[in-house]
Design a protein around this ligand. Structure first.
Ligand code: AR6
Length: 174
């Protein structure tokens, strides 16, 4: 049985997960938002490892070490830029969550934290993105029981926190 937690905070401050997910861009060379915070907190070793990865397409995920972060790994995934909803945004966003969980499982990670991928600079509406996140993670956990013990959704603002809390109450309907 996997525990899913919803909390408000800075994902780089979590001390009790094996891996955190970074909402990166396809260069994997850093940026603003979560990505900026992750690179600042992890330190310059992270950028060096990222350079050697030569980028990552939207929807996919890449794993690096955690450097100065408490967790062992950082899983970098590239969310879709919101373009109105008809450009496969939901499909790509779902792939981010699934591929991040697959990458985590490949490293024997048992606890993982996600930010609300694409809902900042990439402009994905918060509620729609949260529905994709919760639905995709639940489906993955149901399809692969025993792999991951804990998933933490880390929200940065009250509105997102409330949206996730509501979705978590509706067991079975998302
Ligand atoms: N911890 C948790 N959540 C955070 C943090 C943090 N420290 N900082 C911001 N958020 P964003 P995106 C929230 O913009 O939309 C970068 O430049 C934020 O409030 O970080 O996927 C990359 O390099 C929002 O809800 O990621 C890309 O170019 C959510 O995290 C681009 O931004 C995601 O916001 C990716 O844009």
């Amino acid at each position: 049985m996997t525990m899913i937690h919803v909390i408000k905070g800075d994902i780089t401050r979590l001390t009790d997960v094996d891996a955190i997910v970074n909402a990166a861009n396809s260069s994997l060379l850093g940026g603003g938002g979560v990505d900026g915070a992750v690179h600042r907190a992890a330190g310059p070793g992270l950028l060096e490892e990222c350079r050697a990865l030569h980028g990552c397409p939207a929807g996919e995920a890449r794993v690096t070490g955690g450097y100065r972060l408490p967790g062992r790994y950082i899983i970098h995934t590239v969310g879709p830029v919101w373009r109105g909803g008809e450009k496969k945004e939901a499909e790509v966003l779902a792939a981010c969550y699934r591929n991040s969980l697959e990458a985590a499982a490949g490293k024997r990670v048992t606890s993982i934290a996600f930010p609300a991928i694409s809902t900042g600079i990439y402009g994905y509406p918060k509620k729609e993105a949260a529905t994709v996140a919760v639905h995709t993670v639940r489906s993955y956990l149901e399809e692969h029981p025993g792999r991951i013990e804990k998933v933490v959704f880390v929200l940065f603002d009250d509105e997102s926190l409330q949206i996730y809390k509501e979705l978590m109450k509706k067991r079975g309907t998302v």
